[in-house]
Design a protein around this ligand. Structure first.
Ligand SMILES: *Cc1c(COP(=O)(O)O)cnc(C)c1O
Length: 379
């Protein structure tokens, strides 16, 4: 059996080894230290924001952002249905009610529907603590279309940029669009600290409060004094060292993912019933970090379903997956209000993410291509 080809595997080099070793030898192991400060500074700069807070996960970053914006019992947070469960879980942790909104054609939230839903909730007399966007699969939402419509309604935006570090919209970096934004450095993301995340904001008060909550809400006293419930959400110095190394290589990893996507587009773009999500064929992905290449399979035109293709690839030891199953279809969230247009259900039924990791060799990508062609051509 040939080696398994993974969807998106961590990709580390001697660069990361150097920084991690430096952190270990410096004696700054945990909890914080100079690598954390450096990592925060460098990521903030990269994302065009004033400040950053390194945390144990992207989910923790979303949780703290929502808490700081006032999400809690008797409030509502409006967010995309087409996302990973972490976006909705963070809302649930605060006690706020998640309200789900459907997608536009590229899977990102339909921003008109997002704004209309916020307005409708406000008309019902509900307090909308925040609206959330998710920059799905490494592609920013349509922030041009969103404009300042949420601000006009008095509702702050939380940007879940967990998948989108390095992407831009109208040349502005992902992570800079909300009052606060979350990044993830989980193992399968565009870059990793093995596990970790970051909260980004221009609002230094928000970051200071979040920093305090993330370290068990400890009051500045010589003993352990607590007036609020806190969390243990900070990132360690050793993991931040891994992040500093990964950030140095981020652009080359993004280039490689783009190259892999181009290879897929060239080799599979002519197959009937196969369409790439986003617009990589017309060069529309220039601002996308190309985290995962996603296609939809029209069963009528191609003769095979998304599930058939995923199973065929798996039989050949290749990991491909369905897109995120929408939150309004998840048993744990199905009872919540959702505003639907059918797009996220169609994308879930027809979508496939192809192996996209920056460490994949050309031979491995060619193996995915030939297996995909064989499956779809023989159907
Ligand atoms: C990965 C991810 C998260 C969560 O990040 P963790 O670091 O794994 O907690 C949140 N939202 C989206 C959209 C993600 O893909």
């Amino acid at each position: 059996m040939t080696d398994r080809i993974h969807l998106s595997k961590a990709h580390v080099s001697e660069v990361e080894e150097k920084y991690v070793l430096e952190a270990l030898r410096s004696g700054w192991i945990a909890p914080l230290g100079p690598m954390v400060d450096r990592f925060e500074r460098e990521v903030a700069e990269r994302c065009g924001v004033d400040g950053a807070l390194a945390l144990s996960s992207g989910t923790a970053a979303l949780h703290l952002a929502l808490l700081e914006l006032g999400a809690g019992p008797d409030t509502v947070v409006v967010l995309p249905s087409m996302t990973f469960a972490a976006s909705a879980n963070a809302v649930a942790y605060t006690g706020a009610e998640p309200v789900f909104v459907d997608a536009a054609g590229d899977g990102n939230v339909d921003v008109d529907l997002l704004v209309a839903t916020v307005e409708a909730m406000q008309h019902e007399g509900r307090t909308v603590a925040a609206a959330m966007t998710v920059d799905l699969f490494g592609r920013c939402c349509d922030y041009t279309r969103l404009g300042n419509r949420l601000e006009t309604l008095g509702v702050p935006l939380v940007e879940d940029a967990a998948e989108a570090l390095g992407a831009t919209h109208a040349r502005r970096p992902a992570g800079s669009f909300g009052r606060a934004a979350a990044l993830s450095f989980n193992g399968n993301k565009i870059m990793t600290t093995s596990g970790g995340g970051m909260l980004l904001s221009d609002d230094s008060d928000l970051l200071d409060r979040a920093r305090y909550l993330s370290t068990q809400a400890r009051q500045p006293e010589p003993w352990y004094e607590h007036t609020e419930i806190g969390y243990n959400y900070r990132m360690s110095n050793v993991l931040a060292a891994l992040g500093v190394g990964q950030l140095e290589r981020l652009d080359s990893m993004i280039s490689r993912r783009r190259e892999i996507r181009r290879r897929y587009v060239e080799a599979l773009g002519d197959l009937p019933g196969v369409a790439f999500i986003g617009r990589p064929m017309e060069g529309g992905d220039a601002e996308d970090n190309a985290w995962l290449t996603c296609v939809t399979i029209d069963e009528e035109a191609s003769g095979a379903s998304a599930s058939t293709l995923i199973a065929a690839l798996d039989a050949d030891n290749i990991e491909a997956r369905h897109l995120w199953k929408p939150m309004h279809l998840q048993p744990v969230f199905a009872s919540h209000h959702s505003v639907l247009n059918g797009v996220s259900e169609r994308l879930f039924a027809t979508g496939v993410t192809l192996p996209s990791g920056s460490q994949l060799t050309d031979e491995q990508v060619d193996r995915v291509i030939s297996r995909t062609r064989r499956t779809l051509e023989s159907s």
